[in-house]
Design a protein around this ligand. Structure first.
Ligand code: NAG
Ligand code: NAG
Ligand code: NAG
Ligand code: NAG
Length: 534
């Protein structure tokens, strides 16, 4: 068995190398050497963290109207290059900003008092523009999740975390592209086309919250909401060079998203959470998304963390069949993070080898189906939950150019229906692993872990070449741990590098504190376009 897998793995590697050369040559021929040519960022306000924007609006140094106008202008300017947003509410957003300005002006002239719901405590994002993913409900926006059968679906209500942001004073600008059914890490579908990477338009933005990662990085909004069941916040945050936090499960409500979540997803795998360019925005946003009641589950979220008192671990790669090894540039960046903590805090960062990681894909898959032999849940999702997609039939149609589904979606529909008698075993093993890792990390342990083995691949590439690489993120979902993806500057191809910091369940406080330190040390988000302030 092991020998056979080794041989298959080797053959796949050969095929990869072969295709790699041809595909890269092909891309070179089609696109030439032209990489990112996004318009320049021309205003300082487009470079500020959300929490600084709102402070300046409150102090009347800038108006909410000016902020929203600038971000709308930017979003419009990048759309032809990136194809990132789906529905917009630009004129409503401007009107909301104007209302904020009217009232704040009146307050500063002493003509009235600040409305209770607009105090800093209740509205920490007053006047800050934001975006959501298309699979998340906002009344009046599409909620089709890139599925053609749901083409004309318009949300009639607003998802709870989105409502929480609005109540905190943030202003919604638009929703953004996702992968079909939110189950793949390339944001492409037959409804809205493909979203391009702001650092290099020939590359992917990741998924499923790919549009959200892209628009934040390209300075179309300062912050966005994503959701993550197997990497959907962290993969796009990684590929677009921003911060993304997958929270401890069951902290942020997951309602109002398609596909609808199940109880066991909410308990272990699925987390709705913040995506932003600056680490300082993560914690305030997490608090708002969770809501005042749920955030109490994270007891010490407001207590400052002494980084010299933590225990540190790192894992350099997942050694498993069909999972790619971590590229050299990424490895070097991870080393720099480890060395930074060792030098600055005089701690030892322990290298871990966890044999169970070899089964990461099986563990995640078993958790996704709650240990059942097979499901046809995704096939149901793809057909608007009224019938089942026949994967084989659809694959044939795809080859005849008659299908409106993407190849990864069809592949998943086929795979999930194949009975796997090992799911029960791996489900049990995942729970055991879960208990072990909680004990290992304990109250003060932080684990550095790769987010993805290479920087953003070219379009179409992941289907063949990176099929299982999402598992660097997925295994963290299977273990129900909080994780913050942090950008680490750019590699030799001028694409973002990144790393995850992970902690035990409920210890989001640790990963968020470490993320701020990593930002300080490694420089954080690097703008994908030239800055020429006028
Ligand atoms: C999708 O499902 C809903 C019921 O859940 C049904 O009302 C609607 O007609 C279906 N639409 C399509 C295009 O299948
Ligand atoms: C999406 O919109 C349709 C109405 O067009 C609604 O029935 C459905 O509940 C909405 N939300 C989700 C998560 O499907
Ligand atoms: C982080 O939060 C956890 C759980 O709420 C708590 O037990 C721990 O003491 C906190 N750590 C620090 C350093 O505040
Ligand atoms: C390439 C493509 O299909 N882009 C579409 C993305 O979605 C917006 C909004 O629905 C359309 O206007 C674009 O044409």
């Amino acid at each position: 068995m092991a020998k056979a897998l080794q041989i298959i793995s080797f053959i796949l590697w050969l095929i990869r190398c072969f295709f790699s050369i041809w595909i890269h040559l092909g891309f070179r021929l089609i696109y030439g050497n032209q990489k990112s040519r996004l318009p320049a960022i021309t205003n300082q306000i487009l470079l500020l963290p959300a929490t600084v924007i709102t402070k300046r609006i409150r102090q009347r140094q800038i108006t909410a109207y000016e902020v929203v106008r600038l971000y709308i202008e930017r979003t419009r300017a990048i759309q032809p290059y990136l194809n990132v947003y789906i529905d917009e509410r630009f004129s409503e957003a401007l009107a909301e900003a104007q209302e904020i300005d009217h009232i704040l002006d009146a307050v500063s002239r002493g003509q009235r008092s600040l409305p209770h719901e607009w105090t800093e405590e209740h509205a920490p994002f007053l006047g800050v523009p934001f975006a959501i993913k298309e699979s998340m409900e906002f009344q009046g926006f599409h909620n089709s999740t890139g599925i053609v059968a749901r083409k004309d679906f318009i949300s009639t209500r607003t998802a709870t975390p989105v409502a929480h942001m609005l109540k905190a004073g943030a202003i919604l600008l638009c929703n953004t592209n996702v992968s079909e059914g939110c189950m793949w890490f390339e944001s492409r579908n037959a409804l809205y086309g493909t979203t391009n990477n702001p650092y290099d338009l020939t590359r992917i933005v990741g998924g499923s919250s790919g549009g959200a990662g892209c628009i934040v990085s390209a300075a179309g909004v300062p912050i966005a909401i994503g959701a993550d069941i197997g990497g959907s916040i962290r993969l796009p945050s990684f590929m677009n060079g921003i911060f993304g936090h997958k929270t401890t499960p069951d902290i942020v409500p997951n309602d109002g998203q398609y596909p609808p979540h199940k109880d066991f997803h909410q308990k272990y795998l699925l987390s709705t959470g913040p995506m932003c360019r600056y680490a300082c925005d993560l914690q305030p946003m997490l608090k708002i998304l969770a809501g005042s009641k749920n955030i109490e589950k994270l007891l010490h979220i407001d207590v400052p963390v002494d980084l010299s008192k933590l225990r540190y671990f790192y894992i350099d790669e997942i050694d498993a069949y069909f999972v790619n090894k971590v590229e050299r540039d990424q490895q070097l960046a991870h080393r720099r993070v480890v060395e930074h903590f060792e030098n600055k805090y005089k701690v030892h960062v322990t290298r871990l080898r966890l044999n169970r990681l070899r089964y990461a894909v099986s563990l995640w898959s078993a958790m996704m189906v709650d240990g059942q032999m097979s499901t046809r849940d995704f096939s149901l999702t793809l057909c608007n939950r009224t019938s089942y997609l026949n994967g084989y039939h659809e694959l044939l149609r795809k080859f005849l150019f008659r299908s409106t589904h993407t190849l990864p979606a069809i592949g998943l529909a086929i795979l999930e229906a194949i009975p796997n008698k090992y799911n029960e075993h791996f489900h049990k093993l995942a729970h055991k692993f879960y208990d072990e890792i909680q004990i290992l990390l304990g109250n003060n342990g932080v684990l550095f872990f790769p987010t993805f083995p290479q920087s953003a691949p070219v379009h179409g590439w992941p289907v063949l070449m990176n099929t299982f690489d999402y598992i660097y993120c997925g295994i963290i979902n299977a273990l129900g741990l909080p994780s913050t993806q942090c950008p680490l500057g750019l590699d030799s191809k001028k694409l973002p590098l990144g790393i995850q910091c992970v902690a035990a369940r409920g210890h989001d406080n640790l990963t968020l504190a470490v993320a701020q330190e990593i930002e300080q040390a490694m420089g954080g988000w690097v703008p994908p376009s030239v800055i020429s302030l006028v």
